[in-house]
Design a binder for this molecule. Structure first.
Ligand code: ADP
Length: 264
């Protein structure tokens, strides 16, 4: 069996519009970037691609509701009877002049804004209280954050004082021709299979607001293409890779499977 592994040196990215240009301009002008869009639509891949393109080290942090400023900045660790300071991913990326990418930033604890604000405006500084250091970010450092507006609730929204520090990019699911190119680029599947899977995604996304919390992502289409390429029955593959990942409700599963059955 031949496994298609992503090229980590320069990850494949199919652009949708002018996002590559916006990213490069933001980086050249030392501005931080906010990327908003639904899950699985290519935000993380885009940042990885841009880091490779610009030749910068990338530190990616998947934010969660227990993530604190200390997780980003660093902490003292005790070992062998002595205490040593250990940089967190944000501090490391500032020291190295790389990209720090905070995925789902609105999930993080509110104390993280204390370290993000002075880095995200024209001061570009990172105060490290626990060591007494004040780091000035080098010109090549860039802060990139993302969030999914679909998950927003009133408590978790991003504060205007934070969002107005960023240049913003809106991501959405790719247009059909682009999504087919992504499927072929990622899985080397046949163009006809890519076309059918993208057709299913279009039909399922049209149902999104009615029955589903989240629309079918490009990631799920890739999973289905991989299973089918390995010889799995297409209908069974779509059930496992797409439909069952979208909903737990049995009736909704059956309704979505009708869309699949009409295609294969
Ligand atoms: P997000 O960060 O928005 O949740 P990802 O960047 O992890 O989504 O994308 C999920 C998967 O979909 C990626 O691993 C990649 O295989 C594929 N993908 C989505 N959009 C693109 C794109 N424009 N170019 C290449 N691959 C893409």
């Amino acid at each position: 069996m031949k496994l298609e592994t992503p090229n980590l040196d320069n990850p494949f990215y199919q652009p949708a519009g002018n996002e590559v240009d916006v990213f490069e301009q933001a980086w050249k002008n030392r501005l931080p970037l906010l990327i908003k869009g639904p899950t699985g639509c290519g935000k993380t891949r885009f940042v990885a691609h841009m880091a490779a393109r610009l030749g910068l080290p990338l530190y990616t942090v998947a934010c969660h509701d227990d993530l604190t400023a200390a997780d980003l900045v660093g902490r003292h660790l005790i070992g062998d009877g002595k205490t040593v300071w250990c940089d967190g991913p944000l501090t490391r990326s500032v020291r190295e002049g790389g990209i720090c990418y905070l995925d789902e930033v609105v999930e993080a604890r509110k104390d993280t804004t204390v370290v993000l604000h002075p880095l995200a405006d024209d001061r570009r500084i990172l105060p490290i209280d626990r060591t007494g250091e004040l780091l000035q970010a080098p010109p090549s450092f860039m802060l990139v954050v993302s969030y999914n507006p679909g998950y927003q609730n009133l408590l978790k929204g991003m504060k205007p004082s934070t969002r107005q520090r960023f240049v913003s990019l809106r991501f959405d699911f790719p247009a059909p021709a682009q999504e087919e190119a992504i499927l072929i680029g990622e899985t080397a599947c046949a163009p006809d299979l890519a076309r059918r899977l993208v057709g299913i995604a279009g039909a399922l996304r049209a149902l999104k607001d009615r029955d589903l919390e989240e629309a079918a992502s490009t990631r799920l289409l890739i999973y289905a293409a991989l299973l089918i390429k390995e010889g799995m029955d297409p209908v069974a593959a779509c059930r496992s890779a797409i439909v069952e990942s979208l909903t737990d409700d049995v009736e909704t599963v059956e309704a979505l499977m009708e869309v699949v059955a009409a295609t294969f």
